[in-house]
Every structure is written in structure tokens, then in C-alpha cells.
Design a protein around this ligand. Structure first.
Ligand code: AMP
Ligand code: MG
Length: 267
């Protein structure tokens, strides 16, 4: 599967309406599920090499509207990896302590150490999305923050962290169905948050905020991908492919021993 067409070009404008939410690719769901199963051991082997090498790291940023599939992506795409080599951080409404620092302070602390893969379930991008839609920051501050974000990601990238940023793109109708399911199903109700309905009313404001943020911060070192996410199986297959391509490109190697194994005798 060619993932290039989902990548957001550097600079210029972005129209989310130009990206489909309900794409299924050319194959069937069964084919995608088979591909996902086949890929799982490959991802696990690549991650083991990343961990063993201990020199590079990978950061996956997940952003989406409510019920966009961030939690499901963490659950399904990371399944089968060694938990010891993965950290997942879910960023919530900032605490008073976090708010008393700059917006990247709490984020930097969760950037991946060498050998690790880190996943951000929401991220520093909330600080140019929800804050902007709610008028907590103005346009000037938003643009200033884009600059801080680009510099921060360049800093991580210079320190051998590969960054992949994924916007899970769902339709307004699909979000409605998922929120309704959370309301109806007692086992999903714990995820229902009445406040999400207020955010849903600001659908177009979020669309503009996302378009702006993605266009301003997609770079070669830290590209954004728009992931068609109405179909969970397509989403999981595509993200798995992006993860595999990225890890293969990083090409981590098992380290050479710094001694001659032939000279060591275990008695
Ligand atoms: P959930 O992802 O459902 O657990 O919800 C987390 C909530 O925290 C969402 O409503 C986010 O918009 C909010 N949130 C996360 N980061 C920030 C931030 N930097 N500023 C304001 N709200 C945030
Ligand atoms: Mg929520």
C-alpha cells in the first residue's frame, strides 16, 4: 500500500474536504485483516531491533476529534509489540502546575528515550486546536506556537527521534454514530462525555483549526498524515503500514558486542 497520498505537503494550504473519511482502498476488509495479522510479527521484530540498538527512537502523535479512534488505534495497532519498549501518554486538560509552565514543558518529558517508541494520545497540538477554537489564544499566539512546535520537533529529530503524526479523519456522521453507541451501550458509556457534544457543535471551527495546524507543521522531519478513519480496519491497516515503512527506513541494527564472544567461557 502506498502511503504517500495521505501525507500532508510541506507548506501551502490544506483542505480536509479533499481527503476521504470512508476510504476502503482497493481490497476488502478480510484482506486488510489478513495483512494486519501478517504485519504484526514484522512490527514486533523491527521494534525489538529498535530497542536492542538503543540509539534511535520513534514518536507517533495521534490527533482526532472525539470518538475519532485514537484509543482504538493504540489498542489495535500496538498489539503484539513488547510493552517494555513502548510508552503511551494520554494528554488531558492541563493541570494548574502544567499551565504554570510553557505548553511544551509537560510534553517534552514524555518524548521517547533512545530505543523506545512513544505514542502521544493527543499532544502538544491540543495547544493550537482546542485552545484556539475556544478563543484562549489569538491568531498571533497560534502562529507563534506553530513556530515553537516546529522548533521542538526539529530538536527531537536532531536527537534521532523519528516523528510521525497522524490525524484520524472521520466524518460528522460517523462521529454521531460512535457517540450514539457510547450513549446506548452500557459497556461504552464510561467514554461518553456530555462536553463532547459542545465540541461537536464547533465542527467547522475544528476543521479550520486542524487544516491550519497540519499545513503549518507538516515537515520532512515530522510529517502529518490524514488517515481515513470511518472504517477502523482500513485505519489500522494504513497506520500499521506507515509504522512498518517508518521502522524499515530507520533500519535499526542489533549492536555489535564490544568483546570477542569466542574468548568468553561460561563455566
Ligand atoms: P479524552 O481524550 O477523551 O480523555 O479527553 C481529554 C480532554 O482533554 C479533551 O477534551 C482534550 O481537548 C483536553 N485537552 C488535552 N490537552 C489539552 C490542552 N493542552 N489544552 C486544553 N485541553 C486539552
Ligand atoms: Mg473523550
Amino acid at each position: 500500500m502506498n502511503t504517500k497520498k495521505y501525507r500532508v505537503a510541506e507548506g501551502g494550504k490544506l483542505k480536509l474536504s479533499a481527503f476521504k473519511t470512508d476510504e476502503t482502498g482497493r481490497g476488502s476488509e478480510a484482506e486488510a485483516l489478513a495483512r494486519i495479522d501478517e504485519r504484526r510479527p514484522k512490527l514486533a521484530a523491527l521494534q525489538e531491533r529498535l530497542y536492542a540498538e538503543g540509539r534511535q527512537s520513534l514518536l507517533m502523535v495521534l490527533q482526532a476529534r472525539d470518538a475519532g479512534g485514537k484509543d482504538g488505534t493504540v489498542k489495535h495497532v500496538l498489539y503484539g509489540l513488547n510493552p517494555q519498549g513502548v510508552t503511551v501518554t494520554s494528554f488531558k486538560v492541563p493541570t494548574p502546575l502544567e499551565l504554570s509552565h510553557d505548553f511544551l514543558w509537560r510534553v517534552h518529558a514524555h518524548a521517547p528515550a533512545a530505543g523506545m517508541m512513544a505514542v502521544f494520545n493527543r499532544s502538544h497540538y491540543e495547544d493550537v486546536l482546542v485552545t484556539r477554537v475556544h478563543g484562549l489564544i489569538d491568531q498571533k499566539e497560534t502562529v507563534r506556537r506553530y513556530g515553537h512546535i516546529r522548533a521542538f520537533e526539529a530538536l527531537l529529530s536532531d536527537g534521532r527521534t523519528r516523528i510521525v503524526k497522524l490525524y484520524l479523519h472521520v466524518s460528522e456522521d460517523e462521529q454521531k454514530q460512535r457517540l450514539q453507541a457510547r450513549l446506548d451501550d452500557p459497556h461504552k458509556r464510561w467514554k461518553f462525555n456530555v462536553a463532547d457534544l459542545k465540541e461537536r457543535e464547533r465542527w467547522d471551527d475544528y476543521t479550520h483549526a486542524y487544516q491550519d495546524a497540519l499545513a503549518a507543521t507538516s515537515s520532512k522531519a515530522a510529517p502529518w498524515y490524514v488517515i481515513p478513519a470511518d472504517h477502523k480496519w482500513f485505519r489500522n491497516d494504513l497506520i500499521g503500514q506507515i509504522l512498518q515503512d517508518t521502522l524499515e527506513d530507520m533500519d535499526p541494527q542489533f549492536p555489535e558486542a564490544d568483546f570477542d564472544p569466542a574468548t568468553v567461557e561460561i563455566k
